[in-house]
Design a protein around this ligand. Structure first.
Ligand SMILES: *Cc1c(COP(=O)(O)O)cnc(C)c1O
Length: 248
């Protein structure tokens, strides 16, 4: 088990290095985030004790369940799932430093209120639905600039960039279009020169398409399966609220 994880990590790191070389980028520009949904704390720990620092959950419930077991192993927590407003206090409690899935004003407002009350700030990425599929969360690309402007007015929220899941397809060129949309949006937002907004991070690319994402400018790739193995739940369980309701 440990060998598998370490071996997979080295394969992923090599893929990142190769993709950066091909794209003429420095490998230092790309952070590896471990998507740890369904992965036990023990297995996550193996990665954290072997050079990894950045992990992210999709569900508050899992964040909570693994918290005690992971709290003494240094790491940074991001959150990459759909967040209901009634769970905001939990992501603060369990030390999430960046919400990558900020996709609506109501969530930003409530998060801001809570952060103010606790005298804290939080990094956020605006999640964009670049694949135009109903099953994916994220703000539509046409509305992303407006949302960014509105979120920028909340002093506790530090916008660091954009996140997308992209099309789930074996056709690399279709997936690439999603990443291009995110990159173009980033460039547009930079030109707007919105106060309190940094647009350095582009969180895009997963196990199957991280090379394409890196070519298109990803600074964070989120990898689960290629490190920890296949999951029993389909991803729609995590990405689609309607689906969740049926199963719960
Ligand atoms: C599960 C997940 C990933 C990682 O996907 P893999 O295909 O397992 O690498 C990345 N981003 C999000 C939002 C996820 O839910």
């Amino acid at each position: 088990m440990k060998e598998d994880i370490l071996n997979n990590l080295s394969i992923i790191n090599n893929r990142i290095i190769k993709a950066c070389e091909k794209a003429g980028r420095s490998a230092q520009e790309v952070k590896l985030l471990l998507a740890t949904k369904t992965v036990s704390a023990n297995r996550i720990k193996i990665a954290l004790e072997n050079g990894q620092t950045l992990i992210a959950e999709n569900k508050v419930q899992e964040l909570k369940e693994k918290f005690e077991d992971l709290k003494d192993t240094p790491h940074t927590n991001h959150f990459i799932g759909h967040l209901q407003t009634n769970k905001i206090k939990d992501i603060l409690k369990y030390n999430v430093s960046c919400l990558q899935s900020l996709d609506r004003l109501e969530l930003a407002e409530k998060l801001h209120q809570r952060l103010l009350a606790e005298n804290k700030t939080m990094d956020v990425l605006i999640q964009v639905n670049t694949s135009n599929e109903d099953s994916k969360f994220g703000i539509a690309p046409e509305q992303a600039i407006e949302l960014t402007k509105k979120v920028s007015e909340f002093s506790t929220l530090k916008i660091k960039g954009l996140m997308t899941i992209g099309l789930f397809s074996a056709e690399a060129e279709k997936v690439r279009l999603c990443f291009k949309i995110l990159k173009e949006l980033q460039q547009k937002i930079i030109l707007e020169k919105i106060p309190n907004v940094e647009m350095k991070e582009l969180s895009m690319g997963m196990s199957g398409d991280l090379e394409t994402a890196i070519e298109e400018g990803a600074t964070i790739v989120r990898v689960g399966t290629a490190i920890f193995g296949a999951r029993i739940y389909p991803d729609s369980y995590y990405w689609n609220e309607e689906n969740n309701k049926e199963k719960l």
